[in-house]
Write a protein that binds this ligand. Structure first.
Ligand SMILES: NC(=O)c1ccc[n+]([C@@H]2O[C@H](COP(=O)([O-])OP(=O)(O)OC[C@H]3O[C@@H](n4cnc5c(N)ncnc54)[C@H](O)[C@@H]3O)[C@@H](O)[C@H]2O)c1
Length: 398
């Protein structure tokens, strides 16, 4: 990283205490770079400075403890952004209630940022952005007489496992200018085993396609599940038999709630980009988001839910992490309550005083729905006398 030393920090990560920014900052600090994590969350800053991760990222706390106070620090002061050569932007990029990209927060940030920037800096957009946003940042900065280099280097890790994956995954890199591309390649070569340079428009679409692809793939298996179940057949048996020795179908994932802060949002960004002509993405959204409704409708055919206790085992959006953002288990809970069921929830990682233990849930529920398969559920013995809704095939071990 020659040439970077004239500033106090090699990198400042904006949104540096989030699920993307924090592991990335830790990973760069672990490679010997001076990293400042700038954020607006004082609580998380306090925890991180004590060497504690504010959320689950396997393997991260160990590296955090090793680097914090040495190569890694936090800041709540925007003025620190001026002290870094590289500025990595990793704040959230949500969609609004109409599933359109909500870009205001992103551009408000640049409005505030402009007095802390200078032309020697390189801005790396890490957040997943709506196509052409990088170009809009450049236009905005130029209007303010700023000529920072701008690159887009999307994050493709799987939440919970980023410390491992950041060192393993190839990094897509795109610059708005050759100089920006060169700087981005130089930075990510420190971390990634391979960098793949592409055009900026390609990089923006690669990230959205990556998530839309996964979202659609899960929608296919969820549709197969609903189709099989509606016809009284066991999808898990069907899927396993279909895949057995048949490589062309080997990649069919199990059915399950497909949720979280990225897959739906990014598929909808793509739909919005194509003026809602992304039929596959829109259909995938209807299928995946409709799965809790399907489950409740199926149960209502068999039971009077108002007389029963239904337990949802697993509330996070994904196994073995503590993140509930956009989890479909919560949508399921809402639908069950709407149908006057008594609902119990349990989760290994979520701290919620209204939740019960997994053992209590199995005991007290008439119907058990597995929301997500945390590892701790793999050893549970599910009562044979009770109705179990098991999308994942957890209870039908071959
Ligand atoms: N979570 C993932 O697995 C994942 C994977 C790939 C890409 N992404 C993308 O990365 C981006 C960030 O996602 P995330 O999951 O890390 O979100 P997050 O909510 O966990 O983190 C965002 C962080 O930004 C901070 N923040 C918000 N506004 C700020 C501001 N104005 N200045 C400074 N800090 C600010 C928040 O306090 C928070 O710590 C999104 O675009 C997302 O789509 C996420």
């Amino acid at each position: 990283m020659a040439g970077v030393k004239s500033k106090k920090y090699d990198i400042v990560v904006i949104g540096g205490l989030g699920h993307v920014g924090l592991p990335l900052g830790i990973a760069f600090a672990n490679k010997g770079l001076n990293v400042c994590l700038y954020d607006i969350d004082p609580q998380k800053a306090k925890e991180v400075m004590k060497g504690r991760m504010p959320f689950i990222e396997y393997g991260a706390e160990e590296v955090l403890k090793k680097t914090v106070g040495k190569k890694l620090t936090t800041s709540l002061d925007m003025a620190d952004i001026a002290k870094a050569k590289y500025i990595i932007v990793a704040i959230g990029t949500p969609v609004d209630e109409y599933l359109s990209p909500k870009l205001k927060g992103f551009f408000d940030l640049f409005e505030k940022l402009k007095t802390h920037l200078d032309d020697s800096q390189t801005i790396i957009v890490r957040s997943t952005v709506y196509p052409k946003v990088c170009k809009q940042i450049e236009t905005f900065l130029k209007k303010n007489k700023l000529h920072c280099k701008i690159a887009y280097c999307p994050e493709r890790i799987i939440q919970g496992y980023s410390i491992k994956e950041l060192n393993e995954l190839p990094q897509i890199v795109a610059g708005l200018t050759p100089a920006a591309e060169k700087d981005a390649i130089k930075l990510f070569s420190v971390l990634s085993p391979k960098v793949i340079p592409v055009r900026i428009g390609e990089a923006e679409l690669i990230k959205l396609f990556a998530n839309a692809w996964r979202y659609i793939m899960f929608a296919v298996t969820n549709q197969f599940y609903m189709l099989s179940t509606a016809h009284g057949e066991n999808y898990d048996n069907i899927r396993k038999a279909l895949m057995d020795g048949y490589g062309r179908a080997a990649s069919i994932p199990s059915a399950g709630f497909t949720a979280g802060p990225c897959l739906l949002k990014d598929t909808m960004q793509l739909a919005s980009f194509t003026s809602n002509n992304f039929q596959l993405g829109i259909t995938a959204m209807q299928i995946n988001e409709g799965l809790p409704d399907f489950i409740v409708a199926q149960l209502r055919q068999e039971y009077d839910l108002s007389k029963l206790t239904v337990g949802i085992l697993g509330m996070t959006f994904k196994a073995d992490i503590d993140d509930i953002r956009d989890s479909l288990s919560y949508r399921l809970r809402k639908l069950l309550l709407f149908n006057h069921a008594n609902v119990l929830c349990s989760d290994e990682f979520v701290k919620d005083s209204s939740f019960v233990s997994k053992e209590a849930l199995l005991k007290k529920s008439d119907i058990i729905i597995i929301g997500v398969v945390h590892s701790a559920y793999k050893k549970l013995s599910f009562p044979k006398s009770k109705k179990i809704v098991d999308l994942w095939g957890l209870t039908k071990k071959s």
